[in-house]
Design a protein around this ligand. Structure first.
Ligand code: F6R
Length: 606
């Protein structure tokens, strides 16, 4: 994780670095720092906490210089502290780093033997001293190359040099890095979002690339040290997504725009006139697919679980789901008749990217379902299906989850149609249902907006909570528990309701909040029986259902009656009360909603 920025200009850069770091805070926010070159000397300022603290520091003691680098940190090696904050500088170089240097212990030992004195506990400082050391015997390009070759692990780097005081250097292996072209200045950034207020002309570095920026020139070198040209992309305008508007935080904005996410996504993929889905150029003919493997992390993984239910219902294709961090290290029997599908909001998640890379090395076909279309995962996949959610800024994923599920559902019905495993009427009915979904989502948001704050109060005092569901509601229970944990720091467990009696039932005691997801589907009666088992043991049940029957609500503390839809679309509506519940619990606890502690939006380390 961590966010890096670099600017080579002819004007003062500190203010723009601060501005861009604020946009990168979603990647890490435990400390921040900046380094600039002034009168051929490196000047570094850093502090713990948010970029606001750094801004205050600069207000009292401004940073001069027309060349600079900045960093927001998500700690990997060493606690969040001023000493561990980036940049890490010697007299000769200053470095900001995103990623992990896996052989840092060994490198550090060698450098210490040479007399280098480390100030921090970070892995990054070895890069600073390696560069410093190589610069004693080599010119700039060779010193950079020798340093990068010595590093194992992943990195995106921004580097300043005392001796070469008109350049900013960027390098990438495993962690993302973008370059921006501005008027009389050029930029480095962990993503294009951070650079957007300065330019819409962007190039993405590929693994192994190095770039050298001055205020009026950018040079690129590949891993073989050959000078290369790179394509310049023009970014689209998406201001409506990156502005909080009247909302208190990005999360409430993003929850509220989920109907728009669904509408855009349906519009992009569904041809209402022809009653068809616009998906072509599959990397494998769907008729020949022997197995689909769905891979993701966290919330994205939960969308993979929902998709397993859809694919199994709609096709005869065997489906496997996998957590990327497990998949990448297992012995996998790859098969080129299988389709490997990667789900990721950011498109930069290190484990998901590594799992995709493993597939590519084994020459199998890959498809990615992503939000950030310029991301590393999108650029490396054979087939890319964007979710069209627009930038998601809140660290806890909400609208991207809805988008991921929707694209997976659309993919499932299209593959089923191509394979002739769904009949025409059923296919067309499902397309009609998709058109209605955005309005149903909107109604559910409005209804739950008013009803969840009161329910949230019960969670504050409780020891923990449980989320239970069967079938398609099971992954949504997992997602509800994850949202509550990450936003409110309260313990929560998600379970298949039928699994309760195999252990978790022991946790139920007087007053424990238990959320029961019970749409009127084929599991309904069984889920309600599980609910009764919870009530009998004193659990405080919050029932979320689309069923009218008042009897089922007896002895239930709260019932949320959401809109009725077809069984297979219920996950979209069931998700919303759970997002809002987590939101309101966190708000009652005064937690930082958009930036929960210890987390980051883009998980670019293992
Ligand atoms: C939870 C959350 C995370 C992400 C996970 C994968 O709210 O946001 O669990 O879903 O880190 O991230 P992406 O989708 O960017 O690969």
């Amino acid at each position: 994780m961590c966010g890096i920025i670099g600017i080579a200009s002819s004007k003062l850069v500190a203010q723009n670095i601060i501005h861009s770091l604020k946009k990168l805070e979603y990647r890490g926010y435990d400390s921040a720092g900046i380094a600039t070159i002034v009168d051929n000397e490196i000047h570094e300022k850093k502090c713990t906490g948010r970029v606001d603290n750094l801004e205050k520091l600069l207000f009292k003691n401004p940073s001069k210089g027309s060349l600079g680098i900045g960093h927001v940190r998500w700690a990997t090696h060493g606690i969040p502290s001023q000493l561990n904050a980036h940049p890490h500088s010697s007299d000769e170089v200053s470095v900001v780093h995103n990623g992990i240097i896996e052989n840092s212990t060994l490198l550090k030992k060698n450098l210490e033997e040479k007399g280098y004195k480390f100030k921090s506990q970070t892995d990054t400082e070895v890069i600073t001293f390696l560069l410093t050391d190589f610069l004693k015997s080599y010119d700039l390009v060779d010193a950079i190359n020798k340093t990068l070759k010595a590093l194992n692990g992943s990195f995106a780097l921004g580097i300043l040099f005392k001796k070469y005081s008109n350049i900013v250097v960027g390098a990438r292996r495993g962690s993302p890095l973008a370059v921006g072209y501005g008027p009389e200045e050029n930029y480095l950034g962990s993503d294009s979002y951070a650079l957007k207020s300065m330019t819409n002309k962007i190039t993405y570095l590929d693994d192994g690339d190095v770039c050298i920026l001055t205020n009026n020139k950018i040079e690129f070198y590949n891993s073989e040290n050959k000078k290369i040209n790179k394509k310049i992309l023009t970014l689209s305008e998406d201001k409506q997504f990156t502005d909080k508007g009247d909302y208190k935080d990005f999360m409430s904005k993003e929850i509220n725009e989920q109907n728009i996410t669904a509408k855009t996504c349906v519009k992009e993929y569904v041809d209402q006139l022809r009653k068809d889905i616009n998906l072509y150029n599959f990397p494998i003919n769907p008729k020949d697919i022997e197995k689909i493997v769905l891979i993701g992390c966290g919330t994205a993984y939960h969308s993979c679980i929902t998709a397993k239910y859809w694919f199994e219902e709609l096709t005869n294709i065997p489906i496997e789901i996998d957590i990327a961090s497990e998949f990448r290290y297992r012995k996998i029997n790859f098969n080129n008749k299988n389709l490997y599908v990667f789900v990721s909001q950011s498109g930069e998640t290190a484990d998901t990217y590594a799992a995709l890379d493993l597939c590519k090395k084994n020459n199998v076909k890959t498809c990615s379902i992503i939000n950030v279309v310029e991301s590393s995962i999108a650029r490396s996949s054979d087939f890319v299906l964007p979710i069209h959610a627009g930038p998601e800024i809140g660290v806890a994923s909400t609208k991207a989850f809805i988008g991921q599920m929707l694209v997976l559902f659309i993919l499932a019905i299209k593959i089923s149609e191509i394979r002739k495993e769904i009949n025409k009427t059923d296919y067309e009915n499902k397309i009609d249902d998709l058109q209605k979904l955005p309005d149903l989502i909107k109604d559910t948001i409005n209804y739950c907006q008013d009803n969840t704050p009161i329910i949230a109060k019960d969670f504050i005092k409780a020891k923990g909570s449980m989320f239970l569901g069967r079938g398609l509601s099971f992954p949504i229970a997992l997602e509800g528990a994850l949202k509550l944990k990450e936003l409110s720091y309260l313990h929560a467990e998600g379970y298949p309701a039928g699994e309760m009696k195999h252990g978790p039932l022991a946790l139920i005691e007087e007053g424990l909040p238990v959320v029961i997801l019970a749409p009127k589907d084929r599991y309904f009666e069984k889920t309600i029986s599980n609910m009764q088992e919870v009530i009998a043991r004193g659990g405080k049940v919050i029932l979320i259902t689309d069923e009218d029957n008042k009897i089922i609500s007896e002895n239930v503390r709260f019932t949320l009656k959401i809109a009725k839809t077809n069984e297979y679309l219920s996950p979209f509506l069931m998700t919303i009360p759970l997002q809002l519940l987590a939101y309101h619990v966190a708000a009652l606890k005064n937690c930082d909603i958009d930036k929960p502690r210890n987390l980051a939006k883009s998980v670019t380390v293992e």
